[in-house]
Design a protein around this ligand. Structure first.
Ligand SMILES: [Zn+2]
Ligand SMILES: [Zn+2]
Length: 165
């Protein structure tokens, strides 16, 4: 029975983490203070590492701290939370740094299916290089790319309208 609860909590935390990541990306990383670390991820460069990678380090430290806390207390539900958070981190790194940004030593780009949609959604997040005006802040649940494109197009038209006499 405990195995069931453990698995259910781990899966729930995994999906909850997508919400946490969305909010963090939208309001902290694209916020007035957090942008300082995230900015170079939105600008073209040929560096191996980005200041933005520090967010990954913070996330990893968070996951490790939870495992230490679970070990110190011996509580199963903290271990389930730690596992859910860590699994999210692993999937995030695979999707974001691997699939989308191709930071692994080989080239593999999904041509179709949900993996393709994930790549498109995050590429559209990078269509904007500034702090404001970006779309698609999640990493594991990808919105429809056509809808994202329409939003970007509408915003662009709005901006051009502002400039036009
Ligand atoms: Zn961003
Ligand atoms: Zn990215």
């Amino acid at each position: 029975m405990l195995v069931l609860w453990f698995t259910a909590l781990t899966v729930a935390v995994f999906f909850l983490m997508e919400g946490v990541a969305w909010l963090t990306h939208r309001y902290v990383m694209h916020g007035p203070i957090g942008w300082a670390w995230h900015r170079d991820h939105h600008e073209p460069h040929d560096k191996m590492f980005e200041v933005n990678d520090l967010y990954g380090v913070v996330g990893a430290l968070g996951g490790i701290s939870l495992f230490v806390l679970a070990w110190l207390t011996g509580l199963w539900w903290i271990r389930a939370i730690a596992l859910g958070v860590t699994l999210y981190g692993v999937v995030y790194a695979f999707v974001h740094d691997g699939l989308v940004h191709q930071r692994w030593p080989f080239h593999w780009m999904p041509r179709n299916g949900y993996a393709r949609r994930l790549v498109q959604a995050h590429k559209l997040h990078h269509a904007v290089q500034t702090r404001d005006g970006a779309v698609s802040f999640g990493f594991v649940l990808a919105p429809n790319p056509h809808r994202l494109n329409a939003i970007l197009k509408a915003r662009r038209a709005e901006r051009l309208g502002d400039i036009a006499p």
